[in-house]
Ligand binder design. Structure first.
Ligand code: GLA
Ligand code: ZN
Length: 665
């Protein structure tokens, strides 16, 4: 099903918003910029189905014919992400009800109730009709179902469907009461229809806080599953007519509300939209790419990025000259097999009129942005296909888990500032800063191939995960985990018998209490190796049960207690940090773990980003200067040839900000 033989370079294209006289101009621009693909029909439902009974594919036929003639690869979307007005008018239930309980009227997008049978009926029918009509066109390279699935619905249809989902999961009402610990506050339910969905009118304290995490986590799972069912429904409707073209939907990186590991199993290929803000650290963008690659442990598509500006951030800075190129190579280096823009031509009205595009309002090829897009297009034309034969490889894995994300952040206490992505990013950043490649894995993935597995804030631990972690360490693996780990089961009920519950034997420690530190507070942490660092956010009060201390607290009433430990467990080791260490201390701690695990650090001594993709015969080394200063390339790479320019990397030659070199060995 993987037909990635061509490196797609293109993006979202909405000729339907334009007069036909513009279309030919567009094609000329595409050719000039080496754009070879267009994502079409993303928001055209109202156009191709003007009423309940009527379908009109005339314009889409023309667009597809035009692009096909012009040998453009088409990413064909199904248009179901924004509902037509007639549907709202006749069937108000297709719209969503929000957390406050307000039923929404016609407006905006990504606005369908996933459990509306009317929505399902028409979305499925549309996907089927599109596949029937266009499924055999060889220019259709990918199907793009819907668009950025997301959000949540809290309507009565969803409530009814939630009860069905719960019955299937728990079988008996007793099991449900137990799982949600409903004895607390006397919330016991006796009949299934006494269960209400957790919004602001019931258990929801605020959108992010809840009186019963068990209910709210299940509702997240249910909502993610409901939308996934929507995706599968369209996918299967397409498959009736088109058995081969890969089907995707565009994901959103670390987006909170959908369990992307579960989604990826249903997708032929992962695609995602990358929109860093002006101040997003490069490490966070790299992390998101790696997470997207990890969903299927395979290359992905960059479905959207802006060539320069956005409109929906608070501050929509221009990408500086060279920045878009550097960012594109970072994307490829971390596993993307496409570069696609949102969008190809800038719209004239609506909230995205200030969103960057390949073709600006001036309609001129003499823009900085167009020239940069064209220059990159030429390079990709040259090297794109070779890159497709390569894959990333890592010795380090980082466990990421959406259930855990939801549970950790729903939990009330101990510290409101504890955020899942922050914590994962801090650990990721250590590896990123040293150019150590990281694979993101789920709690179900195989770990045995990795030298080191990091599992920060592994708050929710099931029996299965405990066994997998133990087996990994027993076999000689190195596990790194830390505070707020091993606390609850899959229903957010605490594992009794002392923290970190199921990880207690593995870590060789008992955490008696967990202290919360306000932003202005910190504890001193003294490492046996010398330096004194700082611990913030949370501090575990740790007792050793077989582990050795690597650092101690030297302040607060628990001074003298360990702050970081290592436990030798059969043939492996488990490192544990009991507080949020400052960057330097975290480095010291993780250096030790990485060294013991013999993790390859060949490019760790440079501020340049260096990432590798491998084929059986070749290694592509991407060297990118994402800093604000000039830097020389590492000694090891001097004398090698850059495939972009054909020039040899020389000693004392400096890479200026945003410069890129690619070496093939
Ligand atoms: C999202 C959407 C696009 C567009 C861009 C703008 O990624 O999928 O339709 O709105 O944002 O940044
Ligand atoms: Zn609903």
């Amino acid at each position: 099903m993987d037909n990635m033989q061509h490196f797609l370079y293109g993006g979202d294209y909405n000729p339907n918003q334009w007069d036909k006289t513009i279309w030919q101009e567009d094609l000329d621009f595409f050719e000039e910029a080496r754009i070879n693909s267009a994502t079409i029909n993303v928001f055209s439902w109202a156009k191709i189905q003007p009423s309940e009974e009527e379908y009109d594919f005339n314009e889409l036929d023309e667009v597809i014919e035009m692009l096909s003639k012009h040998k453009n690869y088409i990413v064909l979307a199904t248009s179901t992400a924004a509902l037509p007005a007639w549907m709202f008018k006749k069937y108000p239930e297709v719209g969503r009800t929000d957390f406050e309980g307000r039923r929404h009227k016609f407006g905006q997008r990504h606005n369908a109730c996933p459990n509306s049978l009317v929505y399902q009926k028409y979305a499925k029918r549309l996907a089927g009709k599109l596949a029937e009509r266009y499924g055999r066109n060889p220019n259709i390279a990918y199907w793009h179902v819907n668009n950025e699935y997301g959000g949540e619905c809290f309507c009565e249809n969803c409530e009814a469907a939630f009860r069905v989902w719960l019955k299937k999961k728990y079988k008996t009402i007793e099991a449900l009461n137990k799982a949600w610990n409903l004895e607390f506050w006397g919330h016991t339910v006796y009949e299934w229809d006494e269960v209400v969905l957790p919004n602001a009118l019931s258990e929801g304290i605020s959108y992010e806080k809840t009186a019963f995490a068990g209910i709210s986590i299940d509702y997240r799972r249910f909502n993610s599953d409901s939308m996934l069912e929507n995706f599968k429904m369209e996918r299967d409707a397409i498959r009736k007519y088109d058995l081969v073209t890969p089907i995707t939907t565009n994901l959103m990186g670390t987006y909170r509300y959908l369990d992307y590991f579960k989604w990826a199993k249903e997708m032929d290929i992962v695609s995602w939209d990358n929109y860093p803000a002006y101040n997003t650290p490069w490490s966070l963008t790299a992390m998101r790419h790696d997470l997207m690659r990890g969903l299927k442990q395979a290359p992905f598509m960059l479905m959207e990025q802006t060539p320069s500006q956005q409109n929906w951030q608070p501050y929509n800075s221009l990408k500086k000259p060279g920045q878009m190129r550097a960012q594109s190579y970072q994307t490829i280096a971390h596993g993307s097999n496409t570069i696609q823009y949102f969008q190809l031509r800038r719209s004239i009205g609506g909230c995205e009129k200030f969103h960057g595009a390949v073709i600006a309002h001036s309609g001129s090829a003499e823009t900085r942005v167009f020239k940069e897009v064209k220059a990159l297009g030429k390079e990709i034309e040259k090297i794109g296909e070779k890159i497709l034969a390569t894959q990333n490889k890592s010795e380090v894995a980082l466990i990421f888990d959406w259930d855990n994300y939801w549970a950790l952040e729903y939990t009330s206490g101990p510290n409101k500032d504890l955020k899942y992505i922050d914590q994962v990013h801090q650990v990721y950043q250590y590896f990123y800063n040293q150019n150590i490649s990281v694979d993101f894995v789920s709690t179900e993935d195989e770990l045995s191939g990795y030298k080191l597995v990091a599992a920060p804030v592994l708050y929710m631990v099931t029996e299965g995960l405990k066994q997998r972690l133990e087996a990994y360490v027993k076999d000689g693996g190195t596990l790194v985990t830390g505070f707020m780990s091993g606390i609850v089961d899959s229903s957010d009920n605490v594992h009794l018998g002392g923290y970190p519950g199921p990880l207690r034997k593995l870590t060789g420690i008992w955490v008696e209490e967990i202290d919360a530190l306000a932003p202005e507070q910190f504890n001193e942490v003294s490492f046996s190796k010398g330096p004194i660092g700082k611990g913030a956010l949370l501090s575990d009060v740790i007792h050793l049960e077989g582990a050795e201390a690597l650092a101690h607290f030297t302040s607060n009433f628990y001074k003298g207690h360990p702050a970081a430990t290592v436990n030798f467990f059969e043939r492996g080791r488990v490192y544990y940090y009991g507080t949020q260490l400052d960057e330097e201390s975290l480095k010291l701690f993780l250096d030790e773990a990485a060294e013991q695990a013999k993790v390859d650090k060949r490019f760790s001594d440079t501020p340049l980003e260096i990432t590798r993709r491998f084929s059986r015969e070749e290694t592509f080394i991407f060297i990118i200067n994402l800093t604000q200063k000039n830097h020389s390339v590492p000694q090891k790479l001097i004398g090698k040839k850059d495939i972009l320019t054909g020039s040899i990397l020389e000693e004392n030659q400096l890479l200026t900000p945003n410069e890129v070199r690619i070496i093939v060995e």
